[in-house]
Structures are given as structure tokens and as C-alpha cells.
Design a binder for this molecule. Structure first.
Ligand code: LLP
Length: 425
């Protein structure tokens, strides 16, 4: 996929790194460090680009909350008309709190608990994507107890390898996801759903993985889904929706916006005149390049043959480099001098795996200098933890020239207040 659109994060005439013209140094001074900064303008623009690339097809966009579930981000996207793709009762509560209309909520995931299914039915959400016969039965029973019909789509496994990192590949039969379309397993289950008095079959869903940069795996998966959906229709079964999942990759090297045009053309071509309504669940491609993690240098440590830049953000704030060896560009927020050599940018956590970037060419740096870890808008703050009793970073969003606080940094006091100590006396 070609990447055409400039980043919301750029340097102004004086060389300061800005978010839509607002210097990140000012934001850091006002809101502290470490801090997630999102470009609301960029997120809104990328959502609009996605929606308009798919204008030619009859489809609904459900933003994948798992990529960034700040209420302020969800609410802004809901305002743009986006629905929500959720994977837990917690994300259901977030979607509702942010004002997403229940009918525009899709519930994905392999392990929905009875409480979560009940909450989804009580809220009247639009679609539950079931992933196993046991789950279909559980949904049916919970719906029966409430005297409602559950709108259930079946997530199928089309056995397509997405050519991405193995930890985020979901398309092959060897993974835990979906019901296989080979050997009648999925067809039999869909027939059972149709015969079930408490289930209204909503269609089929597929999601083959994430950070997919090549269109070919999408084409193979979508063609298999279309073929399977058509065969069910030919039996006379209702298959209103084909939910195509998410997975479109982004350019982590350059941070430019994704051009969705080619993806839109592929979808239009595969599903032309098929008569299915389509669903989309993009996450990363809407938010990844519209967020940075701001951090500050604490010390510079010259190792034997290495320079370590020790910063105040760590793997508890941004886990992706440690977990997936993911590359995030790292830039100085002030006008940077000439590079003086490579450095590892590491956090204060007591693990060698605690790094944000390794062997990066960096200029001379000193204590207090600000750095921006780029492309951190997706799977950043949502994957944070309080490991080492480090309160996870706060989040702000710049929209229309105003910097809004979305979430304060947690405090040590609030972390301790969640716990209790047994009475040992
Ligand atoms: N729909 C379903 C059913 C999913 O499982 C996912 C992501 C999405 C949609 C959104 O996919 P996206 O458009 O964001 O690629 N933590 C990993 C990514 C995990 C993705 C899991 N599923 C990372 O940091 O790369």
C-alpha cells in the first residue's frame, strides 16, 4: 500500500517538533512526562479517509477500541459516525460511555464470559461475533433467559497466512481464532444458528491479522469469505453482513498516513454486486501514526561500546518494542544537532528488555532533553501496565488548536489505594 499523507507531527520553521503546529515542548512543559500526545485532527482525518475510500460499498466502520480506547478518542470518532469493535465487557462500557450507539457495536473475541454476553444483550448491541459452537450455545441460552433474540455473526477461519508478526497473525487454522470453513464445520454451525429460536444470524466475520502491508492476503481471505457466504445463501440461509475485520498496516519508519484508496478499490472489486452489507474494524491504521509518547532524558550512560540514553518512559508505558521487536522512530523534540553516533534508548525498568529503541543514530543529548517515540497512537497506552509500580503515562489530544487532557497520569497513591493488606494482628 502506498503511503501518501504527511504526518500530523512535523517540525516548524524553527525546527521544533510540533503536533499540527503546536510545539511538543510546550505540551510537555504543561502536562509533564512521560505523556501520550494524540493528534485529534490526524485521527479524524484518517477516519474520514478510510470512510471515503469505502464510500462505493455498502459498509459500516467499527473502530477497533483495542488499539486506542481513550474515551475522548472514541467519542470523537463516534461523532464522525464510527461504530465500535469491542472485545470485552470493559470495552463495551467504554463504547457506551463515549456515546457509541449500541446498534453500531460489534463484539469480537474468542472468550466472552456469560456476564459479558449478558451485558451486550442488555445494551442491545448490533452484532456478536461468535467463534465456537460452545459460544453459540452460551449466547443462545443467555438470550433465552432474557427472552431476546441475539444477533450473532460467525467468525470463520479461512486459513490465509497474513505475512505479519507471528504474535499478531490470526488467519491460519493453527491459531485459536474462528471456525474453519473447510470440512463443513462452519456451515453446520451456521445452519444450527439459523435453526436456533434465540439467534438471529447476522452473517460472517473474518480477521486474519494485524499490521498487514500487502493487499494480497486480504484479497485471498475476502474471496474465500465471499465464496462461503454465497454458498450459505444458495442454501436459503440469511447472510446479511460480511464483516471484514481490521489489519491494515502502517508505515512505522516514516510515520506517514496510510492511503486507503487501494484497499477500498480491492474491497469494491471483490464484493461488486454481491448484495452483502460489509463491516470494517480498523484500529491501527486510524490511530498509530497520530500519536507519540513524549519522554525526557534522565541520564546518559556511556557503556563499554555503547551509549545508553536513559529516559523516563519505559516498557510499562510502551510494550511494543519489547514484545514484538517493533520499530518506533525516535526524535528529539527540540531542533536536533548532528547525529554523533548510535544509542540505545532505554527505560528505568530492571530488565534488559526494557528498551524503546536500539542502535539509533542520535545527536548529543543531556538530562532534561525531550524525545518523542513516534507512531505510538495504537497499542500504546492501552497496553500499559504499572510494572515496577510506575504509574502509566497520561494522555492528551490536540484537536482544532486546543490540547485536551484525556487521562491524567495515574499516581502512586491511586495504585496503592486499589490494594488491601490482610490484618496480621
Ligand atoms: N478486529 C479484530 C477481531 C481484531 O482482533 C483486531 C486486532 C482488529 C479488528 C484491529 O486490527 P488493526 O486494524 O488494529 O490491525 N498489540 C498488537 C496488535 C494486536 C491486534 C489484535 N487484533 C500490536 O501492538 O501490534
Amino acid at each position: 500500500m502506498t503511503e501518501l499523507h504527511p504526518s500530523a507531527f512535523y517540525r516548524d520553521a524553527s525546527g521544533q517538533l510540533t503536533v499540527s503546529g503546536m510545539p511538543l515542548a510546550e505540551i510537555a512543559a504543561a502536562h509533564g512526562s512521560p505523556l501520550y500526545v494524540y493528534s485529534g485532527d490526524g485521527i479524524r482525518q484518517d477516519y474520514r479517509r478510510f470512510a471515503s475510500a469505502l464510500e462505493a460499498v455498502d459498509g459500516t466502520v467499527h473502530f477497533a477500541l483495542k488499539s486506542n480506547s481513550a474515551l475522548g478518542v472514541i467519542a470523537m470518532l463516534a461523532n464522525e459516525g464510527a461504530g465500535a469493535d469491542i472485545v470485552s465487557g470493559g470495552e463495551l462500557a467504554r463504547a457506551l460511555a463515549a456515546g457509541v450507539p449500541p446498534k453500531k457495536i460489534v463484539f469480537s473475541g474468542v472468550g466472552k464470559s456469560a456476564d459479558e454476553i449478558g451485558a451486550a444483550l442488555d445494551a442491545g448491541i448490533g452484532q456478536i461475533n461468535a467463534e465456537s459452537p460452545q459460544e453459540v450455545d452460551a449466547i443462545s441460552q443467555i438470550a433465552a433467559a432474557r427472552g431476546v433474540m441475539a444477533p450473532v455473526a460467525l467468525r470463520v477461519n479461512v486459513d490465509v497466512a497474513p505475512e505479519t508478526h507471528e504474535k499478531i497473525s490470526t488467519g491460519q487454522r493453527s491459531t485459536k481464532f474462528g471456525v474453519s470453513i473447510s470440512q463443513n464445520e462452519a456451515a453446520d454451525l451456521y445452519r444450527r444458528m439459523h435453526a436456533d429460536a434465540n439467534i438471529s444470524p447476522a452473517g460472517l466475520a473474518v480477521h486474519i491479522g494485524s499490521q498487514i502491508l500487502d493487499l494480497d492476503p486480504f484479497e485471498r481471505a475476502y474471496s474465500a469469505l465471499l465464496h462461503f457466504g454465497t454458498s450459505l445463501r444458495e442454501e436459503g440461509l440469511p447472510v446479511p453482513i460480511l464483516d471484514l475485520g481490521g489489519g491494515i498496516g502502517v508505515d512505522y519508519e516514516n510515520g506517514t498516513g496510510t492511503d486507503f484508496t487501494a484497499y477500498g478499490q480491492l474491497v469494491a472489486r471483490v464484493f461488486a454486486n454481491s448484495g452483502f452489507r460489509l463491516g470494517f474494524e480498523p484500529g491501527r491504521s486510524i490511530v498509530a501514526n497520530n500519536g507519540v509518547l513524549l519522554t525526557k532524558v534522565i541520564y546518559i550512560k556511556d557503556g563499554d561500546n555503547k551509549r545508553f540514553v536513559i529516559v523516563d518512559a519505559a516498557m510499562n508505558d510502551l510494550l511494543r518494542p519489547t514484545l514484538y521487536e517493533a520499530h518506533h522512530a525516535i526524535q528529539t523534540i527540540a531542533p536536533g544537532g548532528a547525529d554523533i553516533g548510535p544509542a540505545d534508548i532505554v527505560g528505568p525498568i530492571c530488565e534488559t528488555g526494557d528498551y524503546l529503541g536500539r542502535d539509533r543514530m542520535m545527536p548529543e543529548l543531556g538530562a532534561g532533553d525531550g524525545l518523542a517515540v513516534m507512531s505510538a497512537g495504537a497499542y500504546g497506552a492501552v497496553m500499559a501496565s504499572s510494572y515496577n509500580t510506575r504509574p502509566p503515562a497520561g494522555e492528551v489530544m490536540v484537536l482544532d488548536g486546543v490540547c485536551h487532557v484525556l487521562r491524567q497520569q495515574r499516581t502512586v497513591e491511586s495504585l496503592l489505594a486499589e490494594e488491601s493488606v490482610p490484618d496480621f494482628s
